[in-house]
Design a protein around this ligand. Sequence first.
Ligand code: SF4
Length: 363
Amino acid sequence: MRFLDEYRNPKLAQQLLRAIRTTITRRWTIMEVCGGQTHSLLRNGIDRLLPDELQLVHGPGCPVCVTPLEQLDRAMAIASRPEVIFCSFGDMLRVPGSTTDLLHVRAAGGDVRIVYSPLDAVDLAQAEPTRQVVFFAVGFETTAPATALAICRARKLGLKNFSMLVAHVLVPPAMEAILAAPGNRVQAFLAAGHVCTITGYDGYQPLAQRFRVPIVVTGFEPADLLEGILLAVRQLEQGRHQVENQYARAVRRSGNTEAQRIVAEVYEVCDRPWRGLGSLPRSGLRLRPEFADFDAEHRFASDLPPVREPPECRAKDVLQGLIRPDECAAFGVTCTPERPLGAPMVSSEGACAAYWKYRRLGR
Ligand code: SF4
């Protein structure tokens, strides 16, 4: 398949690996931001082929992992209400909240349904006019256009029984928080290619300049990742700190302006707590006041008990690249995909799940 097969070509991968080996002269630490990239790196064994001088650490780009615990607990409270059909992507069902997860809410009688698109939830609201349909809008800049579109459609249809619980987050503020944190060891980023298809990459320039850190917009296939790493290593070795675009077949400098327009029409930027990272200024999206009627947080306002994270879960350190998943004492002992303590062990993009699935068992 064009644009795919050539990026899985073993000969090309070998060439890129050789180029990385001949370019690198000292130790560097590079973070791949996106959980999809983490899984691709491990699935293809790239982490084991890189020279010893190069350390990859895994970033916070797993939407399920960083959805705030407050919003998860709120989701479960809303999903437990008898009048509600609660719609979510499948990944969210097993994510542990403070005391339970959506799967257990469903087992206890809550009407929790998996959908594949926010528009499916809008269709459901049309088909079930006597029920309240709530969609759990999680994810980064990549999913926000689709949820914004769903809100516009619900408004056009005049639906009074559709709302969204919004937990959208934005990538650049998280990268900034990682770079500014004491003990940071990230020296270059592979930025998430799919996020940049929406946002473009001009927004990363201030970050690259301020922290003097190379940022390479990178795709997800083996050759994409190896080329992104090569470009980052070249910059590090040459003392440059620029934004480069490895994923030019999908990403334009200005991104998808129509998607940006609809997101700006429906959402405004807000401060948002990230699970594991704490509250980050201007790092989330919330519905604009003119769409408040579609805000499930207002429609189903409720007092929630304080959030409670398991103290042994070190997702905070994993998401900031401070430790690898197998350096968490609970990994594979008290935390497994069957009995997860934290979200990174559940999500299909979680770093802990990737280490478990691809048997990077460390100790
Ligand atoms: S292995 Fe489990 S407990 Fe440890 S950081 Fe990952 S999710 Fe948390």
